[in-house]
Design a protein around this ligand. Structure first.
Ligand code: TRP
Length: 328
């Protein structure tokens, strides 16, 4: 059986980009594709590189779990767990740390971006890609649904896998492949047109209240064309987002209105807002149900961790043996 694995950091509520790019496609595999065994986790150790308030990380963890469940992840035939509950992953990351060339890691986008933005770099942020490689290689995952920004991290995991395989002289690690959403070729834009990302504070959060969601959508950046003027549907962020959530016919209709003129950005934003509310009404309702039911979420995490830990324990033993690290 092939393994599909993906993780989301517990840095906030999953936004539209996470949902369309990772959550929905992963659930399609986890629930419907019997060729795969699916591992889905909350990367709380990764979020510790940014958030130091552990309570906040815990709250965010619940939000991530509630999001997966409200989109219908079937936890009977997949594993949903918290990264820190399976501490084997940190031991594996340490082995990788000790073999991976320091210089190579300084070339990673996340490191360069951190330096450029003058973030106070901590060592965890620097070795972020190594922990991510351990997440993947610990379970020998072949298919890893991720956003485009994570491709370099998968590349690092592949490199580590092949280096170790060569060193040991056997195929201990499977080389993982990223699973990118083909129809969402370019990154999903946030309200400012840049890639939607929590750190850029430009997210559309479909699980927020009607009022906040509306406010987020109303603040999508546009040019300053007046109501009457004709507009370019291919150079506008409202349209880019509408394309991701509306039907082909609805998109076509909006395109025509843009080209014709007499249709304002305000109306377009309202149409986008209503479309999102309609499309995700069931999920929004379920989310608020789950988020109020923390003991249930704890139970799901507990069961997921138990299963994942058993697998990780066995596998780490095999890896230790292969590395001659079974010292006891
Ligand atoms: N770095 C990923 C992100 O920010 C989260 C993540 C951590 C992950 N470990 C992973 C994703 C392993 C896929 C596989 O989106």
């Amino acid at each position: 059986m092939k393994i599909m694995l993906t993780g989301i950091q517990s840095t906030g509520t999953p936004h539209l980009g996470n949902i369309l790019g990772v959550i929905i496609p992963s659930i399609n595999i986890a629930n419907n594709n019997s060729k795969f065994s699916s591992f889905i986790f909350v990367a709380d150790l990764h979020s510790l590189t940014q958030i130091k308030n552990v309570k906040e990380i815990k709250e965010n963890t619940y939000k991530i779990v509630a999001a997966w469940l409200s989109f219908g992840l079937n936890t009977e035939n997949s594993l949903l767990y918290r990264q820190s509950d399976v501490s084997e992953v940190t031991e594996l990351a340490w082995y990788f740390n000790c073999f991976f060339p320091y210089k190579r890691l300084t070339l990673s986008h996340s490191f360069k971006k951190g330096i450029k933005n003058h973030i106070k770099m901590n060592v965890g942020l620097f070795t972020y890609p190594i922990l991510m490689a351990a997440d993947i290689l610990l379970y020998n995952a072949e298919t890893v649904p991720v956003g485009k920004d994570q491709l370099q991290h998968i590349e690092i995991a592949r490199r580590i896998a092949s280096c170790f395989n060569k060193k040991i002289g056997k195929k201990l690690f499977i080389l993982p492949n990223p699973f990118l959403q083909t129809e969402i070729v370019s990154s999903i834009p946030g309200i400012d047109g840049q890639k939607m990302s929590k750190s850029k504070k430009n997210c559309i959060n479909i699980f927020s209240s009607d009022k906040i969601l509306k406010k987020q959508i109303m603040s999508i950046h546009t040019d300053n064309k007046s109501l009457k003027e004709k507009k370019d549907p291919d150079k506008d962020f409202i349209m880019s987002l509408y394309r991701l959530v509306a039907s082909i016919d609805e998109v076509d209709e909006m395109r025509k209105k843009y080209i014709k003129g007499g249709y304002g950005y305000f109306e377009a934003k309202i149409a986008l807002y209503e479309c999102i509310i309609k499309k995700f009404s069931k999920e929004r309702e379920k989310f608020s149900f789950f988020i109020k039911n923390k003991p249930f979420l704890d139970r799901i995490l507990f069961l997921g961790a138990k299963k994942a830990k058993n697998i990780a324990f066995e596998r780490l033993n095999d890896i230790r043996k292969a590395l001659n690290f079974n010292l006891s």
